[in-house]
Write a protein that binds this ligand. Structure first.
Ligand code: SF4
Length: 238
């Protein structure tokens, strides 16, 4: 169980001020210190989100906040390896995994929009299967943590360590924003952190199966996501 104190809900203005101040204070801070601040400041109104590509941020957060809630979006399109990583994280780590699902099953979505919406309109598919469930799932939190890193792609190059999520009115914490892939690999090796087996099978970034391919030599980590579809982000971080 978590030992973090129960925190009172703050107004959007208070949260924005906190985010802006922390953004300045924590730009060069250690990831664990950022997460300790988030746990102390927001208590049970803080959660971590994870795509189950790896469990690095969940592992760090569990050290700062034992029993921390780890939110996972089950789009219905994940690789079996991703679901297995989710189950393993739940089984072995001191976290509470919360699985969010879309309003419609894949079959219901196919019936309404036609099959393979991800090929015809991936923005709508992501809106229905990722963005809407996350908006709903984050309602009871004031702050959320992500595993975004600046070195992943040009679109993430300016990710703040602590920032203001204007769209959702929440504090957004990216404790490993300044980390490189080498930092991640070193943390995984030193701490025996769970990772998605696909990362050792040619995938550098793991999303939904229909929209993810292996990366080629010289490509950035997210080049295998929505390849050839002119899309780089799912809408969770934009
Ligand atoms: S990543 Fe692909 S399958 Fe997953 S929600 Fe987005 S468009 Fe749909």
């Amino acid at each position: 169980m978590s030992t973090a104190p129960i925190q009172q809900q703050r107004s959007p203005g208070e949260l924005r001020d906190l985010a802006e101040q922390a953004g300045r204070d924590f730009e060069n801070a250690e990831a664990l210190d950022v997460l300790r601040w988030a746990a102390d400041t927001f208590g049970h109104r803080f959660c971590v989100t994870s795509s189950m590509e790896d469990a690095v941020v969940a592992h760090l957060a569990s050290r700062a906040f034992p029993g921390v809630k780890v939110v996972f979006l089950d789009t219905g399109y994940h690789f079996p390896e991703t679901m297995g990583t989710r189950d393993a994280v739940e089984a072995v780590m001191d976290v509470e995994v919360i699985t969010l699902t879309p309003r419609q099953t894949v079959a219901q979505q196919d019936a309404q929009y036609g099959p393979k919406l991800h090929d015809r309109d991936p923005d709508l598919c992501c809106a229905l299967r990722k963005v809407q469930p996350l908006e709903q799932g984050l309602r009871s939190y004031d702050a959320w943590a992500t595993g975004l890193r600046r070195d992943e792609s040009p679109t993430r190059a300016h990710t703040p360590v602590v920032g203001w999520d204007e769209k959702r009115g929440k504090v957004k914490v990216s404790p490993i924003a300044r980390w490189t892939q080498h930092d991640v690999d070193r943390y995984v090796a030193r701490n025996g952190v769970l990772t998605n087996p696909l990362l050792t099978d040619g995938y550098a970034s793991v999303g939904c199966a229909p929209c993810t391919r292996r990366v080629l030599a010289g490509e950035d980590a997210r080049a295998g996501r929505w390849a050839d579809r002119g899309k780089t982000e799912c809408g969770l971080h934009g």
